[in-house]
Design a protein around this ligand. Sequence first.
Ligand code: DGL
Length: 273
Amino acid sequence: MRVGIFDSGVGGLTVLRAVAEAMPGLDLIYLGDTARVPYGTRSPRTVIRYSLGLGSFLAGQGVDALVVACNTATTHALPALQRAGAEAGVRVFGVIEPGVTAALRVHERGAIAVLGTEGTVRGGAYQRALVQARPGLEVVGRACPLFVPLAEEGWLSGEVPELVASRYLSDLVGQIDTAILGCTHYPLLKEVIQRALPGVRLVDSATETAAALLQALGPQPGQGARVFQVTDHVERFGQTGAIFLGQEPSPVEWVDLPPPAGAFASCCPEGRF
Ligand code: DGL
């Protein structure tokens, strides 16, 4: 079985890593839109357009399923991608539903924070899904944009990330019992985030998504192929990717994205790109 995983850049490798660990036999194609990263500060409309382009490119490579590793893309574009996927015969999975399901399972007293990019927090998809599933929950969103460059620099511990985490999160201590790491990069900073939020249960959307995929697709033993495709800067992706994957991603290919085709073109907002 062949699965396409896409992200705005390098961060989705946390999801690929979890998926590859859970289902080593899957053939995985990773597509990182390194030419247009970050998505976290872009408008919903732009994120939807870019995401449909990435989904279309992967669907054109004959994948059986698509995983939207990027939380910002899941927030804004999952409904459009799922409509296109349904027409094209490709199952589409996002990272929000698994994160929400896990948070509902582990929370103690219904006070949950969603940590993510500006787009993910403003888009509110995590917050809506939580409250729809369990009305009465107290849900707070918190954008932590500096976590993204810190993770990409490999500054995963020490005074700088500790200070940043404390500035973003210290007022939540005592207010929440669970926090969802709603961004591809945040699992790398889990220890720092945990120190800033003592006693709070952290939910990692990447590993939860891999578990949900395992449940949906069934066990995939053996050893599948891995291919990494990026829209810019192959060498940089290799170097930064090693921080996220634990080893240098290889082989990495540069790809020139064509305009979306078929269902992925017609599901674009306002019908235009
Ligand atoms: N991949 C993005 C996410 O999970 C973070 C990086 C970006 O802003 O593009 O939301």
